[in-house]
Every structure is written in C-alpha cells, then in structure tokens.
Design a protein. Sequence first.
Length: 85
Amino acid sequence: MRKTLKMLAAASVTAVALRAPSALACAACFGKSDSPLAEGMNWGIFALLGFIGVVLSGFAGVGIYFAKRSAAIAAATPADPTPKA
C-alpha cells in the first residue's frame, strides 16, 4: 500500500511538471534562438567544451610525458642488467 502511494505521488508530480509548456522545449526549440536564454545556453555549452578540452589535453600531456620519460630511462639503462662474473 505504501509503495503504491509513493509511486502514485511520483507519477502525479511528474505529470504536473511535464504539463508546463516551458518544460516541453528550450528557447532554441521554440524558435527564439536570439533570446538571452538561448545565448546563455550556447555560452554554457562552449564553456563545458572548453573545460573538457583542457582536461583531455592534460591527460594527453601526462601520457606524452610518461612515454618520453620511459624512453629516456630505457635508453639510460644497460641492455643486459645481469652482472658478469
């Protein structure tokens, strides 16, 4: 009974939230692509793309650093590390 009541309440809240016309589409989908909301959304997308680019560049830089360092260490160590008697 309690679970059914929670499901009914969740369905009611979802139905009320989705009934609002502003929840159906963003400003760009409504056709007002020059509105401040659409401009803010575009700046938000560009900002997130910039952050993702910086993070991925950092990962690539660390990978290149590790590869160069590994190659330098491999070149500095002798090919046969076992001692000769």
